[in-house]
Write a protein of this length. Sequence first.
Length: 616
Amino acid sequence: MCGIVGAYQRGGDVLPSLVEGLRMLEYRGYDSVGVGVIVDGAIAVRRRAGRIADLEKVLADGALAGCRIGIGHSRWATHGAPTDANAHPHSDASGRVLVVHNGIIENDKDLRAELEAAGTTFTSETDTEVLAHLVAAHLAEAGGDLAKALRRALAKVRGYYAIAVLHQDASGEAQLVCAREGPPLCVGAGTDGTYLASDSLAILPHTRDVLFLEDGEIAVLTPDSIRLTNREGEEVEREAQHIDWDAEDADRGGFEHFMLKEIHEQPEVIARCVQGRADLEAGDVRLDGEFFGDERLRSVERLEVLACGTALHAGLVLKYLVEGLAGIPVDVDFASEYRYRRVPSARATVAIGISQSGETADTLAALRKARDQGCDLIAICNAQGSTMVREADASILIQAGPEIGVASTKAFVGMIVAAYLFALRLGRARGSLSGEAVRERLGELQRLRGAVEALLAKERVEGLRDLADRLADQKGFLFLGRGINYPIALEGALKLKEISYLHAEGYPAGEMKHGPIAMIEPDLGAVVLAPMDGVVDKVRSNIEQVKARGGPVVCVGTDPACLELADDAVEVPEIGEWLSPILNVVPLQLFSYYVALRRGCDIDKPRNLAKSVTVE
Ligand code: AGP
């Protein structure tokens, strides 16, 4: 999760404001950092791979001290290694336009090609540098108005971004603007100037009255004023919000718990996991490494997924995706069982390890056994340098950023997106999916982020909190799902039990009559997943069976009849079968969070649990 800051002060030295602002954003995770200011009438930049302390060593020479306008950035590398050259800020060829950016320019390759064809030379691998050149290219026609030039440049951009742009024109006039489309961005006016940041925490030292930009808006900052305009360039008047957070919230980005912050980061995780991998034009998916090329994938006859806990549930979703989209059989095993089981030969099998940490002892042991059995190994993982990634033949990084809460949420969603991309690539390589079919599935993936954002809207979250408050004293819950949502029933139950300590069991809905229905009573009901799919009429009868025995039913899904039947309905956006697990799991994550909150549990560090189980 990158972070951006900026300031335009009446006087004094802007560097301390920028560096302290970046320090307040450290919770977002980063592996390079940089600042840019205007000194002696020119833009000066210092940026380093590494930590803020490394940057401070470079700033110690005082060359950038005493300026009153600047921008800063902390970067979590997704595409383009964490190097000095790839660190932000990035400038245009003249060095007069400087940009910092959090997010993704999805059409950066086309824009880069256009700019190169027009003679632009690039100095980094980043999509951000494209923005710097684009803004510079529009300055003249915008009459030197930076906000206008930025709006015109952004009209060409497809993506997801929070941007700050600094410009020093030939006359020495300085301008500072920022824009939002997706990732959060806020501005505030203090006694000594105006400030911008990805997160209000970085502004709090200057003011507690903060304006949050909405999508499509641009803010123009001067030392004495902030002017907001909307997508059409019209002036926007908006009341500042008074922020009560204090410094120790810094690590959690103002959220009460890491888990809640990480649930809210999921739209950004989806965008980052997809970035650079969805090739809409070719109707294909681009994964790093020749292992994911057509030839190697055509020789795969079976997949063996090995994982634990939440990662195993992602593996079960992968099973439905790969079998349904690529037509290859997939076995999924608890790593702790596989490692001790007598396993027949693994002819033409690829083992896929799924893990947030990449250090789970059972998963590593199972993968080593699979390799001994003759399997090649693929890692779907969040930790780039982890043991699992290093020992695999190929890997798909889920780009979820650091996940601190013990209960895994955003990494789970990242794992499913990675599994989806892998299934599409596998299906395309084997000819079970046409380019058009993949294009259609990638279209659904493009809608996913907005659908998850809708589920995280304030009023939706408050509805789930009310539901959790009402049901927090239940004796327990059955979570029921069918097909690709059966793993989500398992995951919903795991989330609830691991942070609220309530009894919860996930079951295939069809299994209810084979035993679990005996448990149903007024204080042990069911949470039922009901997407509109081929078996939804069976789900309706499951709901009727639970209600007939006095059990309360919460229904999460899209089917109107099921939602109508339930005591509590949580409707989710329609997205199609293959990605419905992600939309169904988000309400379950929030439900579990608020039940645990109501029960006063230690949500980020539940009793008896570790974030990564590196021992047996
Ligand atoms: C998830 O909420 C749990 N904390 C736990 O089940 C976890 O998924 C499991 O320990 C596997 O961890 P890994 O993804 O790091 O391998």
